[in-house]
Ligand binder design. Structure first.
Ligand SMILES: Cc1cc2nc3c(=O)[nH]c(=O)nc-3n(C[C@H](O)[C@H](O)[C@H](O)COP(=O)(O)OP(=O)(O)OC[C@H]3O[C@@H](n4cnc5c(N)ncnc54)[C@H](O)[C@@H]3O)c2cc1C
Ligand code: FES
Length: 245
């Protein structure tokens, strides 16, 4: 993990409130399910903001983010050539090296971006990957999963695209060796319970407000069956069976 300055390669708006930020990679490591703390401001805000790796290319890191507040609002204004500071890679990431056979990646909203890099890494090592992508209404990132997935299932809550309802309705965890999930806690909790019922291994990537992002402030600590854990350093990825929801 290191703290470094980089430059914006592109910052593209892909829906009303979702953007993809591309940043010069500067030879930093980046694993599936890990995240970077980002900062493109000086005075107005102090804390960096955590955003997951959406795609990792040899020279460029891609971050897909939803504009929700001040920090992501500043990010949305970035233009090609603007400076940006990064700290990372942070967190443990998904244990892709341990996974084999058939794996489902299931994401909701901006829990979907980290699953794209994960699907790529798994598919490159010969794992058979299916993607389950749940949206409120407008789709994004679906095409990015195409090269890495045997099947892609999509749902929207209003039924405008794909299955009408929750993406968890479509998942049959007994068909998979493992399920990897990221998104709203209520969704991950449901996935964890479905997997537990059929003894399928399930990994959840938790979200938590973060201050330091490197395990120093303890601000993101949660209680688990294995004791107190820091989401930023010991996670964000946890075995679902270790979590106390
Ligand atoms: C490990 C990790 C990876 C993440 N990856 C992504 C990603 O790939 N793409 C993406 O769009 N977002 C991601 N997030 C969430 C992102 O960090 C927050 O949306 C962002 O920090 C909000 O900053 P802001 O200054 O714009 O919003 P603020 O002004 O700080 O807050 C605006 C609203 O967002 C909520 N919020 C702020 N931070 C979080 C958070 N960490 N979790 C849940 N709600 C929050 C606040 O409660 C408030 O309602 C990730 C969060 C974590 C912890
Ligand atoms: S954010 Fe400081 S310990 Fe996790």
């Amino acid at each position: 993990m290191r703290y470094f300055e980089s430059l914006v390669v592109a910052n593209q708006q892909i829906t009303d409130d979702v953007f993809v930020l591309q940043v010069e990679r500067r030879d930093v490591e980046a694993g599936a399910g890990q995240f970077f703390m980002l900062k493109s401001w000086d005075k107005e805000l102090t804390l960096m903001r955590p955003i997951s790796i959406f795609k990792s290319e040899p020279d460029v890191l891609h971050f897909m983010y939803r504009l929700v507040g001040q920090g992501t609002g500043k990010m949305a204004q970035l233009k090609q050539g603007d400076p940006i500071r990064l700290l990372g890679p942070c967190g443990n990431g998904y244990p892709c090296e341990m996974l084999q056979g058939k794996v489902a990646v299931l994401g909701g909203g901006v829990g979907i971006p980290p699953l794209c890099e994960t699907a790529k890494v798994l598919s490159n090592k010969g794992v058979n990957v299916d993607a389950y992508l749940g949206f409120r209404d407008v789709l994004f990132a679906v095409k990015d999963f195409d090269p890495y997935c045997a099947n892609i299932f999509v749902s929207t809550e209003n039924g405008e695209e794909g299955y009408k309802g929750f993406i968890t309705d479509l998942l049959k965890p007994e068909n998979y060796d493992a399920v990897i999930t990221c998104g709203p806690e209520v969704m991950m909790r449901k996935v964890a319970a479905m997997c537990a019922a059929v003894n399928t291994t399930c990994y959840c990537s938790l979200e938590h407000r973060m201050a330091c992002g490197i395990g120093a402030c303890l601000g993101c600590s949660i209680r688990t069956k294995l004791g107190m854990k820091r989401v930023c350093k010991d996670g964000p990825v946890f075995l679902s069976t270790d979590l106390l929801w």
